[in-house]
Design a protein around this ligand. Structure first.
Ligand code: GLP
Length: 240
């Protein structure tokens, strides 16, 4: 595992975007794993700038980590909407190669199985970006999720619903469940870049990097992955 501590959020975002840019230049036909949340926003802004300067996404396939159950893609708090607004609306990934779990699927379990199958069929994820929850979750793999879990229906913890309530009118509107790529699905990615910024992530980051590898802190599983880079700002790296 490599750990890169940057001065601040802006530097974290730039460093992460540069990893993606280099990867894309060398592998234009790549499969990217993408994340939502506030953390990768700065990185997406850089990728949009790089695209305006010529970085090409026309042969890229993307899989997002997760989606809320019960929110349609046109709901402003859905992750599909988020991705459209913050990345896909501004770069040239072909629409038919953008994959995000369908939170409105009639049979969510079947949707989960189909999602993993599709990732496999399209060659697996080459480069995956992750954020981290204050409780150490990745995607919506909350503490206690078995490392063997593939894409599944996840029940959100109270702390995660509270943390994400800022994207909704009130906490009551935050969905209770989501479809999330599982830890096993994430660990299949060939390369993983985890981003974290801010004081409130410091404990989760330290536990993920140097704590015991345990389902109680889902991100700690990354210690077992052969090619992981943590890019964190000084505040999030404070306890390293
Ligand atoms: C959500 C997402 C995660 C994300 C985490 C942290 O729960 N499902 O993928 O990493 O929140 O979010 P933020 O980056 O806003 O702190």
């Amino acid at each position: 595992m490599q750990v890169l501590v940057t001065k601040d959020y802006a530097a974290m975002s730039r460093a992460a975007a540069d990893i993606f840019k280099e990867h894309l230049k060398n592998h234009p036909q790549t499969v990217l794993g993408l994340a939502t949340g506030s953390t990768p926003l700065g990185m997406y802004e850089w990728l949009i700038k790089y695209h305006q300067d010529g970085l090409d996404f026309s042969q890229v396939t993307t899989f997002n980590l997760d989606e809320y159950i019960g929110l349609a893609g046109d709901h402003p708090a859905s992750y599909r909407y988020f991705m459209e607004e913050h990345l896909f609306g501004h770069v040239n990934v072909p629409k038919e190669r953008i994959f995000i779990p369908n939170g409105m699927a009639e049979d969510p379990e079947a949707e989960c199985r189909a999602y993993d199958e599709l990732i496999r069929k399209l060659g697996g994820i080459d480069l995956q970006v992750l954020g981290i929850g204050v409780n150490g979750h990745i995607g919506f793999n909350e503490p206690g999720t078995p490392f063997e879990a593939t894409t599944h229906v996840a029940e959100l913890t109270a702390s995660t619903r509270e943390a994400n309530a800022r994207f909704f009118a009130s906490i009551d509107e935050v969905p209770t469940h989501a479809i999330s790529m599982g830890i096993k699905s994430i660990m299949h990615a060939r390369r993983i870049v985890l981003l974290a910024n801010g004081e409130h992530k410091a404990e989760a980051v330290a536990a993920a990097v140097k704590g015991p590898v345990t389902p109680d802190l889902p991100a700690s599983v990354l210690q077992l992955h052969p090619d992981v880079t943590f890019v964190v700002d000084e505040a999030a790296g404070r306890l390293l």
